[in-house]
Design a protein around this ligand. Sequence first.
Ligand SMILES: *[C@@H]1O[C@H](CO)[C@@H](O)[C@H](O)[C@H]1NC(C)=O
Ligand SMILES: *[C@@H]1O[C@H](CO)[C@@H](O)[C@H](O)[C@H]1NC(C)=O
Ligand SMILES: *[C@@H]1O[C@H](CO)[C@@H](O)[C@H](O)[C@H]1NC(C)=O
Length: 533
Amino acid sequence: MALQTAGFVLCLTGLQLVHAADPSNYVAAVYEHRVILNPNPRVPLDRRSALEHMKKNLRVLEEQTALAAQQGAQIIVFPEDAIHGFNFTRASIAGYLETVPDPEVVTWSPCADPDQFPDTEVLHSLSCMARKNRIFVVANMPSRQTCSRAIDPHCPVDSQYQFNTNVVFSDHGTIVARYHKQNLYFEAAFDTPPKIEYVTFTTPFAGRFGVFTCFDILFRDPAVTLVKDMGIRQIVYPTAWMNQLPLLAAVQFQRSFAYAAGVTLLAANIRAADFGMTGSGIFTPWDSLIHHDAKGSSGKLLVRTVPVLDPTFRGKGVDDVRCTISPFSGYRQKNQGSKELEKTQMLPTSSFDRKQGDFETKLCHKDPDCIERGLSENPTTFSSIMMYDNFTLVPLLGNKGNLSVCSGSLCCHLLFRRSVTPEFYALGVFNGLHVVHGTFYLEVCTLVKCTGLEHSSCGGETEHAHTLVDFRLEGTFTTRHVFPGILGSGMTLEIPDHSGWESGDRFYMSRTGMSSGLVTAMMYGRHYERDGV
Ligand SMILES: *[C@@H]1O[C@H](CO)[C@@H](O)[C@H](O)[C@H]1NC(C)=O
Ligand SMILES: *[C@@H]1O[C@H](CO)[C@@H](O)[C@H](O)[C@H]1NC(C)=O
Ligand SMILES: *[C@@H]1O[C@H](CO)[C@@H](O)[C@H](O)[C@H]1NC(C)=O
């Protein structure tokens, strides 16, 4: 866990010094829950046994809600699958399902009025957590909704939808929002909702929040539409995310989304060590409080004060906040061009001025041609598989340079200088349809630390690096949706010093003076329109 504050704040200064009592701030909590799983999720359970299982998880959530409220939290987010687990079939999850009434149609606090709808024990328990502790609760649970095949062509053959559902309770325990996950991740138990749902709810302390779940973060709908078309600047985000370095660790992409979209993201992941699931955080566009723990076996509550970012919220001081957040436009500082790398001397120059002779000799297996080409501006490209995609890469040789690598219309340019270490880095490009574990079109420029000295080690998973790198990375993207990210050694999250569009179609980011080694710098472009081709 670390409180990571960016050196550069666009609209706000002294974020950490503000008080919750100030109406332009509020206190948020997320809980990373070590989920107690059903060991045989494919075997159907009767309702009583399913409830017994879920109560084990609900008891933990209840304790954590009380702890969060004691620390002043006004909203708490729990992870996806935190109550029931995962890997069910459509039939085996039956005992776990409850019907969640549509809050647009029915105003209902299950805690205040437990008998209004039958078989709603989980809703009742969550509603009471919210009501007792005077806190908004965001939880994820499996739900059913009956439908008629006569009037709805999407209605499943058994005349009920089964949804992966987020439910939001007000501090009175009233259900104020219900969201059915749109982008399912191989979840056999659930149906995709017949219509994309754009769900928001309003709080008295921070205005509007949007809701989506896990894999949704990689797709346009509902995530990007909520932000770009509906003006949502605060998101609650239950997730059950399997980490995958070098580009898609949970906190890494959460950081990138909040930065790129200019939103606060309250992200709660589950902890399931056997499945590589960990990584939660409270992110503003500028800074974050995170938890990533691949080894431990307990849950983790994060609580922090965050500024209100909803521009429609009528509170004191919001004018300062809403000033210039414009999703996917980057964060520029006045008077800065492409020269900041040369101008900034935050690292001792001596560490950049030495030649890396020994390292190049080793990397090039003593081939002088290789060394020569590598130190020139056009080193030979190679390919390596990174997260199932065939990237084209060029090696970084020497301790500074200016490199390019292209794939189709996407050219990635890197200006860098680095400290002297025996670590191998490469600049990579991928422009194509990703097809493993989901289908989505990517335009990616990335600088990665390779895990060894072989080309094939570029794209491998590592959390550690010693090399300090100052860089400026630029790409000729055809999408406007570029998610910049910088990951330092030991899962430290950084944001760029600057980022933005240049000459209309080039997105860049730059960073100098990092205090930890660079693991990954990426500009992860999503070309939503090309997902279907
Ligand atoms: C879920 O299913 C996958 C694939 O069938 C399997 O590898 C994994 O062990 C299962 N997890 C649980 C919790 O049952
Ligand atoms: C990756 O692409 C290169 C050419 O772009 C090709 O030579 C290589 O075989 C591909 N690798 C794999 C594993 O498909
Ligand atoms: C890097 O190379 C590009 C062209 O490849 C050039 O336009 C740019 O000026 C170079 N930058 C530096 C600092 O050498």
